[in-house]
Ligand binder design. Structure first.
Ligand code: NI
Length: 169
């Protein structure tokens, strides 16, 4: 089932999410819905706070469902390693229409659980490293614009406010 993706300004996007305890049927439904919603958007990643759920769950698929085996579901992910640096353009389904160049580590290792509760470690470089960091940022209540320098961030926030006032956000 598709869930509505909330946009910049909604409280769930701007506060840290809670760790998942037991993986219940409700969590399984959330994961299924997040995968459907990510593919429908379409997007390469989605975090639970983006569908208004303050839990540490995210899904990533760089192929947007086009290649089997690329779907990554992570529950309670944490960084084990981060190194290097990359500068690339980045966007977010919660900030449609906006992109900016964001500096991030070039390689990360993340440890969490899969949807069955089994430990899962994911190593990523390039775009996968970026997606992992972007989604874990969501779980910490951060959007990519929170990683920009003041001026660029303020410009995007001003444009969002303007869209809000016009009833188009
Ligand atoms: Ni995002």
């Amino acid at each position: 089932m598709l869930r509505a993706i909330v946009r910049y300004g909604r409280p769930s996007l701007h506060a840290p999410a809670e760790p998942v305890g037991e993986i219940t049927d409700e969590i399984q439904r959330l994961v299924d819905d997040m995968i459907d919603t990510m593919y429908a958007a379409p997007g390469i990643g989605l975090a639970a706070p983006q569908v208004g759920v303050a839990l540490r769950v995210c899904v990533i698929d760089l192929s947007v469902g086009k290649r089997g085996g690329e779907l990554i579901t992570l529950i309670n992910p944490e960084f084990v390693e981060r190194d290097g640096m990359q500068l690339e353009d980045e966007g977010c389904l919660s900030l449609p229409g906006f992109t900016a160049t964001v500096a991030r580590p070039a390689r990360v290792v993340v440890r969490g659980r899969d949807r069955h509760g089994a430990p899962r470690t994911v190593e990523g470089t390039g775009l996968l490293a970026r997606a992992l960091q972007h989604e874990i940022d969501h779980l910490d209540g951060k959007l990519f614009i929170d990683r920009l320098r003041g001026l660029k961030r303020d410009m995007i926030v001003r444009k969002v406010r303007k869209l809000e006032r016009a009833g188009r956000w």
